[in-house]
Design a binder for this molecule. Structure first.
Ligand code: NAD
Length: 491
């Protein structure tokens, strides 16, 4: 269903647990040949995918726009993101997970040749949300594929079409090896995927993330969890207020606020509070909300899920009933379609749901603080810790940034960490476990295997049978020497 118009745009059939088992068995059978292609061979196929994505980005953007209710400007950013991921991991995978020689740490280990190889979990299962349907599915599949894994993806049941188009193209237009597949459905399909995969990458809410981890624990399947956030933004005296207000407006309303790293709480030092609030409110008030065509005429799109719209509405209504003030927006927009007006709230208290729970909608709260200590305390007063931003004179802002409890902090900037594939991105606290991007973003899909080779010339057999008195004395002398040397060296 197109959330901006209420019209049906397509249909997919739901895959049963049996369908998931069969799909996993199929790609599992093809995975060894994919791994055997090596980095170069796998990069060749992913480059074909990149070229197809770039050649078909308008087609894909149309699908994303229709299934999610995004505005055009936001529907067009997903395919370049995927292309960037392919370029990054295509170039870096071997450096990150190629075989490594390990330096011996002592005389004892110097008697062996030590190496470490990384082998992929054969089948990686990915479960994704609806807010960035390709970035959070295919985007995470790219490093897994570069690592040599086969990948099964379950997109959100609300936005399955774009990903299905890409997997169809991989199969039918690109002719790539049958190591990428997609299954459709809700919780039941996802549960079967967890049961049959060797590694599960989940992106979604903290509530579902905990269920995923519990299910995966039954088969001791490793997981990474990219969950929700309640991102704070701190504005210090001396900040460029125009830049901070622009960042606050974009960072909170981007994708209708349906973004894990959306700015939801702004803390502003007393002396600049009024001016910041006026500027931010004027900017949010001026945003154009609606359905655009082929030109990027609108700023803010629809709410993708009705239940999410209802949650946002309840948070705002409850806050207002408890004394919060709406400076702009504050209510549903007119249908057809699912809309919530871009909203600025002030006079919120920490115990309100709009301050404690993830909103995931076009709502930003602004709170006055006495100084940076109060800003840091309130910013950290959350069960989430995904991302944050700090605006102010660089030295002071960076000092504050280092004290914020979050997986990433942008200084005089917003959301940018997500666009730097070389930087790991992951949540602290209930925002998740593990990381995407960077070195860890591919290594997580691998198991490490230590390869230890004896050097024949050295007397390595001294430790083995038979235990004679002479050998025992020799071993004791060697171990005393190693231990004693350590004691002298590392005081
Ligand atoms: P959700 O948790 O409701 O659903 C996510 C996925 O889990 C969907 O594919 C859904 O079908 C599946 N699912 C549902 N029940 C399941 C179960 N019992 N077991 C396994 N899978 C199940 O989340 P959503 O509403 O689709 O997405 C919004 C959430 O995603 C927000 O909390 C947002 O912050 C989070 N998110 C996080 C990141 C990140 O990188 N940290 C990025 C985007 C979105």
């Amino acid at each position: 269903m197109n959330p901006a118009t209420g019209e049906q745009v397509g249909a997919v059939s739901v895959d049963s647990a049996g369908d998931v088992a069969a799909a996993v068995a199929r790609i599992r059978g093809n995975q060894p040949a994919w791994e055997a292609l090596g980095f170069k061979g796998r990069r060749y196929w992913l480059n074909q995918l990149r070229d197809w994505l770039l050649d078909n980005s308008d087609l894909i953007a149309d699908t994303l726009k229709a299934e999610s209710g995004k505005v055009r400007a936001e529907a067009t950013i997903e395919t370049p993101y995927l292309a960037d991921q392919i370029n990054f991991y295509g170039a870096k995978a071997e450096k990150f997970i190629g075989e490594q020689k390990i330096r011996p740490s002592s005389l004892l280990s110097a008697s062996r040749k030590l190496r470490l190889q990384y082998r992929p979990h054969p089948v990686v299962g990915l479960i994704s949300p609806w807010n960035f349907p390709l970035v959070l599915s295919m985007g995470d599949a790219i490093p897994a594929l570069m690592a040599g894994a086969a990948v099964i993806m379950k997109p959100s049941e609300v936005t399955p079409l774009g990903l299905n188009e890409i997997v169809d193209a991989w199969r039918n237009e690109i002719g790539g090896p049958d190591v990428i597949t997609v299954v459709n459905g809700g919780a039941e399909t996802a549960t079967a995927l967890i049961d049959h995969s060797d590694y599960v990458g989940f992106t979604g809410s903290d509530v579902t993330g905990k269920k995923v981890m519990a299910r995966a624990a039954e088969t001791l399947t490793p997981v990474s969890l990219e969950l929700g956030g309640k991102d704070p933004m701190v504005v210090l005296e001396g900040a460029n207020l125009e830049r901070a207000a622009n960042a606050g407006a974009w960072g909170s309303m981007l994708n209708s606020g349906q973004m894990c790293i959306s700015v939801e709480r702004v803390y502003v030092e007393d002396g600049i509070y009024d001016e910041f609030v006026n500027r931010l409110t004027a900017k949010v008030d001026a945003l154009e909300q609606g359905v655009d065509g082929d030109t990027a005429a609108c700023d803010v799109g629809a709410m993708t899920m009705l239940s999410q719209l209802e949650k946002v509405e309840k948070q705002v209504d409850d806050a207002v009933a408890a004394g919060a003030r709406v400076l702009t927006g504050g209510k549903r927009g007119k249908g057809p379609g699912q809309w919530f007006e871009p909203t600025v709230l002030v006079d919120c208290r920490p115990e309100m749901s709009v301050m404690e729970d993830e909103t995931f909608g076009p709502v930003v709260t602004v709170t006055r603080v006495a100084d940076e200590e109060e800003a840091i305390r309130l910013a950290n007063d959350s069960r989430y810790g995904l991302c944050a931003s700090v605006f102010g004179p660089r030295g002071r802002a960076e000092r504050v940034a280092r004290r914020i409890e979050a997986g990433a902090v942008n200084v005089n900037d917003i959301i940018f960490n997500m666009l730097a594939p070389s930087l790991p991105m992951g949540g602290w606290k209930e925002s998740g476990i593990g990381y995407r991007n960077g070195e860890y973003g591919i290594r997580k899909y691998c198991r490490s295997e230590a390869i230890v080779s004896a050097r024949t010339l050295l007397p390595s057999e001294i430790l083995w049978y038979p235990y004679t008195e002479q050998r025992h004395k020799a071993v004791s002398a060697v171990t005393r020497f190693i231990g004693g040397r350590g004691r002298r060296r590392f005081r």
